[in-house]
Design a binder for this molecule. Sequence first.
Ligand SMILES: Nc1ncnc2c1ncn2[C@@H]1O[C@H](COP(=O)(O)OP(=O)(O)OP(=O)(O)O)[C@@H](O)[C@H]1O
Ligand SMILES: [Mg+2]
Length: 257
Amino acid sequence: MRKEKKGTQITIQNLFKQFGQTTVLQNIDLTIEQGEFVAIVGRSGCGKSTLLRLMAGLEAPSSGDVFVEGEKVAGYNPETRVLFQESRLLPWKTVLDNVRICTENKDKDQAIKALTEVGLAEKEKEWPRVLSGGQKQRVALARALAADPSLLLLDEPLGALDALTRIEMQDLIEGLWSEQEFTAVLVTHDVAEAVAMANRVLLIEDGHVAMDIHIPLARPRIRDNDFVYFERKILDRVMGKNVEDEYKTVRKIEYLI
Ligand SMILES: Nc1ncnc2c1ncn2[C@@H]1O[C@H](COP(=O)(O)OP(=O)(O)OP(=O)(O)O)[C@@H](O)[C@H]1O
Ligand SMILES: [Mg+2]
């Protein structure tokens, strides 16, 4: 049975992360509220995965602190689950056993319930190698959610999937998030994906949070003018343009022709 709890809060204070002489993240102060769905975007190498790994306790800060539910993050936390670009399933275990190892007491019913939630209960006896890329990611999602985490960290989990499977997975993750109320942090290079899924988007640039924007769009999200407005606003900031100026230019051109 589900525990009565909601997602966890993350607080980051004066965080710096260096690798050798290179400062990747600097002076980050950030609070992510319980149950939020936050997307982190930014150019390749800007430090998105590093920030996520710091939240997961897979990296230690050079200075500053990361707190999850008020507790300083120091290594593995069973309440936090991470989904990576590759599914990382164990090839010598069946689908069911891959999910089962992450449940409390290797609970079979809990594992089957998680597989049912991602629509793959009928694959429980299969080996990972016979699954498609999208199916493997769904098993990885079931494994992440089987233990009923309060924080789900996603590092480009849909990056290797084809466009249609990607949209299906976005809907699935969004649906499970709104139903189970965990806090979700999604790293993605795809701004449209960030706007489709998150209620808040952070842009990392020069080691800090350069843009922190709320996405007040209703769900399920459709690609209407409001959606495109937020997408362009973020994209243009990444590209160093000003969306308001550009709209003025477009209007001017429309007027001229
Ligand atoms: N363990 C490490 N040792 C040394 N440098 C590292 C390490 N991990 C990351 N870096 C460096 O830190 C910077 C940020 O890396 P990170 O993986 O966080 O970027 P990213 O924004 O996730 O990029 P991408 O979009 O390509 O995945 C890069 O310059 C990378 O080379
Ligand atoms: Mg990365």
